[in-house]
Design a protein around this ligand. Sequence first.
Ligand SMILES: [Zn+2]
Length: 242
Amino acid sequence: MFSAILHSRWFAATVLLLTCFLCFLALLTVPDTAVFSSSVLTQPSVILDAGHGGMDGGAVAADGSAESHINLQITRRLALLMLFLGEEPVMTRTDESDLSSPDASSIRQQKVSDLHNRVDLINSADSAVVISIHQNMLPGHPEVRGAQVFYNSVPSADSLAAAIQQILNQSINTKDRAFKPIDSGVYLMKEIRHPAALVECGFLSNPKEAAQLGSAPYQKQLAAAIAAGYLQYQTKEGSYEK
Ligand SMILES: [Zn+2]
């Protein structure tokens, strides 16, 4: 038991070091081009979902930074890293727009339409693993910080979340956080039929962490940790054949 844990920790550390190295090579810039987008997905892939977008900026930090922009930056870095590792990543959005249909006029209609279209896009894949990127907010508690992973009810999603959380705890978090099942009220995570992990990368309500989340070096560390967790999950599930 102990040796298995030790082995697992060494493996995680090795994967993390490797991905960090690849990260610095591959992620010197964040691409602006929509190279990972697709309207219908059919092949097995990893689907990367940058939360919010368009009129919906998500949470807002004290310095005015919108969650939607930070989500997009981290997701782009993660997509590049996945590509470099031989995966076939697809992003649900590749720019600041949302996925709402043109006939959605009010903000509420746009939000509903965006979520429906996001679910349809993700579920159009035959099989996939989904990683959704968000930032957290806890007003009144500026000291709270750290990355936390939530998972949906599809089999093996908990293993995916556990692997990502483990690497985040070892590399990013100053205090260990626990991965948890997602609240049943989160529409996207409830409706998608693939194993999915939602990563709350940090708290925009913590000024110091908000500044880190907006910085390229920290975004690269986050992307590397999430990619390493994904690789560990794929290895454990026996489906990583590259
Ligand atoms: Zn969010």
